[in-house]
Write a protein that binds this ligand. Sequence first.
Ligand code: GAP
Length: 465
Amino acid sequence: MDLMENVISLAKRRGFVFPGSEIYGGLANSYEYGPLGVELKRNIMDAWWQMFVHERTDMVGLDSSIILHPAVWRASGHVASFADALIDCRGCQLRTRADHLIEDFLKERGENPAVEGKSAEELDKLIQGGRIPCPNCAKFDWTPVRHFNLLFETKIGIVPEDQSTAYLRGETAQGIFISFKNIVDSSRVRLPFGVAQLGKSFRNEITKGNFIFRTLEFEQGEIEYFFDPAEQSWEKIFDSWKQAMQRFVVKTLGINEKNLRWRTHPDEERSFYSKRTEDLEYNYPFGYKELWGLAYRTDYDLKQHQKMSGADLSMLDPISGRRVLPHVIEPAVGINRLFLMVLIDAYDEGDDGKNGKRTILKLKPTLAPYKAAVFPLLANKQPLVEAARAIYDELKKSINVAWDDRGNIGKRYFAQDEIGTPWCVTVDFQTLEDQTVTIRDRDTMKQERVPISELASFLNKKISA
Ligand code: GAP
């Protein structure tokens, strides 16, 4: 857990992630992404979009509304059954998720809990049978387990008598299903094809406080991959998505494969409409947890929306002439969970070369908030500052670069290592004579001299290597 504390502390100190609404005492399970966090998050989202939309010929994108017609959430089943089982301690009023309570209790005793998908009655029995005490006040005085819906309610309309209840979307997926007909009618998609969407989802969650792992609002990246089960094998499509997801995490985000594993949902955990669900899990400091879910949702959603809206959501197969209601395979990820994984996996501490310690974020250059930092060797030597400023202004036109002229050069290097800047460019007295600069590498700390005229192409080559 030291690693987690170090990452949380670095994230706040250097402007990646701040606690939500801090000046008002904080708001549980909400966070603000600071100047560096917003860059890292965007870089992850851009990489996701690049790989899953731009580089493929069978994918298109969508940006649907956060507030959809409330009938959408009735049709999808979210209003009736998108709920967490919660329990309250009568002693200290702690409210917690019943499954988490049991899981933590059993894990502490070295037992392997299997509580996913259990009903309120079954959870109650486990808590009562195990006489599981409150982790906060140690009393054993629980209310019965009750289900609370996770959808955030809001009101449409400003006059109270005319207001109607609506919901902030609990997943981006439903926006894709309800636009399915318009996408088919307006673009040249042919089965099999996918629709990708990136955007905020909202869930009224109670969490165990694992930083940004589970939050009230989060950025989801979801893909609905539509196919005709009579023509295409769902097993093959499922498998190719597993490979694509793993490739993105390992190759694009640079995550150590050793920290990943796949887990298949047992029958009792799987949603009733899913034929198979597998999670790609990452080994967070608090254990292996779901990073990215992959589910075969069959034609459940399109069928439901077809039934409830009355719209024909089938599409014509131009070869067979048949009308098909496509089935769907869904890779669904939280960008914030990818972000947390990237920070944890990149965090490293090393020798500073002078018997001291340095903190390094070994981010892939494509993900790093700044690709390079530019320094004048001395802040009070005008010719050095002017030459460095000219380089900084020029580089800024094509890549995000940082400027630093505070303190000594060693401190500047370490400040950049800590935020993952892969290269530092120093303008020194030699620069004024031969128009070359020093480039220092974050990971190896090695330095080399490069002509200013070749600097941009040198960095661009390294970034895309
Ligand atoms: N459309 C399917 C769906 O939403 P899910 O397993 O509930 O499935 C998909 O969510 C992904 O969204 C998860 O694997 C996780 O990465 C992310 N996620 C879900 N709830 C989250 C939360 N409260 N905070 C952050 N990420 C969350």
